[in-house]
Design a protein around this ligand. Structure first.
Ligand SMILES: Nc1ncnc2c1ncn2[C@@H]1O[C@H](COP(=O)(O)OP(=O)(O)O)[C@@H](O)[C@H]1O
Ligand SMILES: [Mg+2]
Length: 406
């Protein structure tokens, strides 16, 4: 197998989006967010363990997150086929549509590489948001409750994110949460795949890296940990100032606190928060940490956390679906022929990323994409249906000929 492109390769290729994207895609000729490298502009790729994410604005002024991978994962296409089908079938407030495209970006040598596309979620990562809102109890309470509702929605649907940590939680207007980064996600039907990433250590049970597996209960521990942190901040905001370490990816507890809860000063401090909910959740977290690898028995978050406390003055839970439409960038002054906006409203049609140069060309491209992303079962069904239609057609022709001759 060819080695995957490096960060540098993607930066070079994305400097010319007319060459690296198919002319029939929305990304062709899109603007890439830039940053300064040694004094000159260069495409800004947000770093990750196995990818770079670039922010692109199309000629129609829609903003997309384009994830370019730097390492191979033989299951990626299969995984995303299941994930996109599941999320498109039942979008929820926490979901963002996504599309994996095996022939996404073209290198200078003419080879194509996969990309994952998502509408860009306007908002700020949870950690950054807490940096400026931790003392606003009502806002943190809203956020906490949205998180609890999200955890329940995923639990009900047997979905697990697989890398629940604040960098993958975006806070939108109204203190609503969206989850991004579905590379480690479990959805029903993925039991045959191995666990390819074990999440951020500061948010995982210390035994998870060695004994975890891809399954519906992957989020139990990180879900409870993040919820406990939001709960403690909402009920006693000063804990953020006292326990959060500047520059750390963790919220209130660091990886070491999870490894040695008995001697942890931070856990000791949390025991002094005068709130029965915090104490109950903290006791459960400590009990979970005493079990070395019995992840099944970590209970799902209590349903009562979906409700706001009676005196919080929060509105009732919003309806479950509010899809992300790609953010629209501020208009620019030069006139650009604007293609029709991509119809990203909940369900993702196969053609969402394509615009047509000619109707025939568009159909070919969309058909190729559909074949790439359809499940083998559906593909087989399609072949059977087409073959049957052909046979029936031939029989009808034969019958007409016989009747005509007779
Ligand atoms: N759809 C999106 N909307 C807004 N920002 C995004 C989106 N996808 C990724 N990002 C940004 O890019 C960063 C890295 O993306 P992510 O998918 O989390 O990659 P990794 O798997 O490397 O962690 C995120 O932390 C976020 O800042
Ligand atoms: Mg991430």
């Amino acid at each position: 197998m060819r080695p995957f492109p490096s960060d540098r390769n993607y930066q070079d290729w994305l400097a010319d989006t007319r060459s690296c994207f198919d002319p029939d895609t929305l990304l062709h000729a899109a603007e890439v967010e830039q940053h300064k490298v040694s004094g000159s502009d260069s495409p800004h790729g947000r770093p990750g363990a196995a990818s770079r994410v670039f922010k692109l604005t199309t000629t129609g002024r829609q903003i997309w997150a384009v994830k370019c991978y730097t390492t191979a994962d033989p299951d990626r296409a299969d995984r995303y086929r299941h994930i996109t089908e599941e999320l498109a079938r039942r979008p929820a407030n926490w979901t963002v549509d996504c599309a994996y495209h095996a022939r996404g970006i073209k290198g200078w040598d003419g080879n194509w590489w996969p990309v994952l596309l998502m509408p860009w979620v306007g908002g700020v990562p949870l950690l950054t948001w807490l940096g400026s809102n931790a003392d606003n109890s009502l806002a943190v309470e809203r956020c906490r409750r949205d998180f609890a509702v999200t955890i329940h929605n995923m639990h009900k649907r047997q979905i697990a994110h697989g890398d629940l940590q604040p960098g993958n939680v975006i806070v939108e207007a109204g203190d609503r949460l969206r989850l991004i980064d579905y590379d480690g996600m479990y959805v029903p039907g993925l039991d045959h795949l191995p666990l390819r990433q074990s999440g951020m250590p500061g948010f995982q049970h210390p035994g998870w890296a060695a004994a975890g597996k891809l399954c519906a209960f992957m989020d139990r521990f990180p879900g409870r940990l993040i919820h406990l942190s939001l709960l403690a901040i909402a009920r006693e905001p000063i804990v953020w100032q006292e326990l959060h370490v500047d520059g750390s990816d963790s919220l209130l507890l660091e990886a070491d606190d999870l490894k040695k809860p008995e001697t942890s000063e931070r856990i000791k401090r949390l025991r002094r928060v005068a709130d029965p909910d915090v104490q109950e959740e903290l006791a459960q977290l400590c009990a979970d940490l005493r079990e070395p690898d019995d992840f099944h028995s970590i209970p799902v978050l209590s349903k009562r956390f979906r409700k706001p406390p009676a005196d919080a003055g929060l509105p009732p839970i919003l309806p479950e679906v509010s899809p992300v439409a790609p953010e629209v960038a501020a208009p620019i002054t030069v006139t650009i022929p604007a293609p029709a906006p991509a119809p990203v409203t909940g369900r993702v049609p196969a053609s969402w990323v394509y615009r047509s140069t000619t109707p025939e060309r568009k159909e070919t491209v969309v058909r190729t994409w559909q074949l790439e992303t359809q499940s083998p079962f559906r593909r087989r069904l399609r072949v059977i249906a087409l073959t049957s239609a052909l046979i029936v057609g031939l029989l009808v022709c034969l019958l007409i000929t016989i009747i005509y001759v007779a």
